[in-house]
Design a protein around this ligand. Structure first.
Ligand SMILES: [Zn+2]
Ligand SMILES: [Zn+2]
Length: 395
C-alpha cells in the first residue's frame, strides 16, 4: 500500500505548504494543523480525526529529510496524480518506503482507515485544501464525502457484447455503528495517549539526528482505547456487505472502468456518497474476437472453394448468417456481415468481420495429386517477373 500512497498522495497539500517549503515551515504547519485537528479538541468528530491522521502521515514523510527526498523523487518519476488509478501494486523505485499502514493499525480490514481503494485521503485533501496548498488550508464546507470504492468484475464475452445486469456484492470497510468509529465501548471515550501526549508521533534521537516516527503505543492515533467496542474490537471499523445491481451497457470493453456516481461508500453524517468504480474484465470467447464494436471470426476454406466460390454458413453471436464467397477470392479476404457486431443502445451497430483462411492440405490422395498436376498444367505461372531482376543480381 505504501508505494501507491506515495504516488497518489500529495503530502505537501496535506500540510498546506509549497513543495519548496523549508523543514521549519513544514514543522510549523504540521504543528498548527495537528493542533487544530487533534481528536481531543474535536471530540466525536471523525472528520477531524481523519484529518489528524492525514496530517500525521504527511509529516512522517516530509518531516524526515531522507524520506522527503525519496518521496519527491518517486513523485517526479511517476508524475503527480497521473498514475492514480493504475498505481496499484506498482513496484516503485527506492525500495521499501515508510509503510503508512503502521500508522493506521494495519491496512487490510483491521485498520480504521485502511482498505477501500485507498482513494479516501486524496479526495479528502482535495476537498479540504483548495489549490494544492498554495492558498493554505481552509475548513471543509460540509460533512466528508464517502470514499470511492473500486471493484473488479469478469464478464462473459457475449454478455459484454449484448450488455448485462449483474448483482454485485461489495464488502467494504465502514464505520462501526456501535461506537460511531471511536473504537471505544459505548459510554466510554478514548483517552489521550500517555506516550506521545496525543501528538501521534514520537521523536527518537540517534547521534546528531532525530527521527520522527509514529507512536507505537497508539499506532499514531494519539488516543488509546481502554475499553474496546465489542462490535469492532476497538478498530472503529467493520466490514459491511451490500449488493447492488449494476448495468453493463452493450459493448463494454475489457479494461474499461465504469463509474457509478454516488454508489460508493456513504458519506459521514449525511455527506455525499463516494463513487463506485467497476473495472471490467472480459473473458475471451473460443471463436469470436472483438475490435471495437466489430466482432471478428476466422473461417477456413479450401483452395477449390476460393477458386470456384461458395456459400458459407457461419455462426454469429446470436444465430447464423450465410456469406457468399465469390469465385476467385484470395486468401485473407475479409467478408462483412453488417450489423452482426455490438449493437449499441442508440442503434449504432458493429459488423461481423469474417477472415477467410485458405487452408493447404498437408497430404493429398493420389487422385487429388493427379488432378492438381493437371490443374497446374492449365494454370499460367504466378506473376513473379517483378522479382526476377533482383534475383538475377545474385546469379
Ligand atoms: Zn465499534
Ligand atoms: Zn501515542
Amino acid at each position: 500500500m505504501s508505494t501507491k500512497d506515495w504516488i497518489e498522495k500529495d503530502y505537501y497539500a496535506a500540510l498546506g505548504v509549497q513543495k519548496s517549503a523549508s523543514a521549519d515551515e513544514i514543522k510549523k504547519s504540521y504543528r498548527k494543523l495537528a493542533r487544530e485537528s487533534h481528536p481531543d479538541h474535536n471530540p466525536g468528530d471523525p472528520n477531524a480525526e481523519e484529518r489528524f491522521k492525514a496530517v500525521s502521515e504527511a509529516y512522517a514523510v516530509l518531516g524526515d529529510d531522507a524520506k522527503r527526498r525519496e518521496y519527491d523523487e518517486m513523485r517526479s518519476l511517476f508524475g503527480s496524480g497521473a498514475f492514480r488509478r493504475n498505481a496499484r501494486g506498482a513496484g516503485g523505485p527506492g525500495g521499501q518506503p515508510f509503510d503508512v499502514s503502521d500508522l493506521f493499525g494495519g491496512a487490510a480490514g483491521g485498520g480504521r482507515f485502511g482498505g477501500g481503494g485507498g482513494a479516501g485521503f486524496q479526495d479528502l485533501f482535495s476537498s479540504i485544501f483548495s489549490g494544492g496548498g498554495a492558498g493554505g488550508p481552509s475548513r471543509p464546507r460540509g460533512p466528508a464525502r464517502g470514499r470511492d470504492v473500486e471493484t473488479e468484475v469478469a464478464l462473459d464475452f457475449g454478455d459484454a457484447v449484448r450488455g448485462v445486469t449483474l448483482p454485485l456484492t461489495l464488502r467494504a470497510p465502514g464505520v462501526c455503528d456501535t461506537c460511531a468509529g471511536s473504537g471505544a465501548k459505548p459510554g466510554t471515550q478514548p483517552v489521550t495517549c500517555q506516550v506521545c501526549h496525543g501528538v501521534g508521533t514520537t521523536t527518537r534521537n540517534q547521534g546528531s539526528f532525530s527521527f520522527s516516527e509514529p507512536c507505537r503505543n497508539c499506532q499514531g492515533v494519539g488516543t488509546v482505547v481502554e475499553e474496546k467496542c465489542p462490535e469492532c474490537q476497538g478498530t472503529g471499523g467493520v466490514t459491511k456487505t451490500r449488493t447492488l445491481n449494476v448495468r453493463f451497457p452493450a459493448g463494454v470493453a475489457d479494461g474499461q472502468r465504469i463509474r457509478l456516481a454516488g454508489r460508493g461508500e456513504p458519506g459521514e453524517r449525511g455527506g455525499p456518497a463516494g463513487d463506485l468504480f467497476v473495472q471490467v474484465k472480459v473473458r475471451p470467447d473460443e471463436l469470436f474476437g472483438r475490435t471495437g464494436d466489430d466482432l471478428t471470426l476466422t473461417v477456413p476454406i479450401t483452395f477449390p472453394e476460393a477458386v470456384l466460390g461458395t456459400d458459407l454458413r457461419v455462426p454469429t453471436l446470436d444465430g447464423t448468417v450465410t456469406l457468399r464467397v465469390p469465385p476467385g477470392t484470395p486468401g485473407g479476404r475479409v467478408l462483412r456481415a453488417r450489423g452482426k457486431g455490438v449493437v449499441r443502445r442508440d442503434g449504432r451497430a458493429g459488423d461481423l468481420l469474417v477472415t477467410l483462411d485458405v487452408v493447404v492440405p498437408a497430404k493429398v490422395s493420389d487422385e487429388a495429386r493427379a488432378a492438381l498436376e493437371a490443374f497446374a498444367e492449365q494454370t499460367p505461372p504466378a506473376a513473379r517477373e517483378h522479382l526476377d531482376a533482383r534475383v538475377r543480381r545474385f546469379d
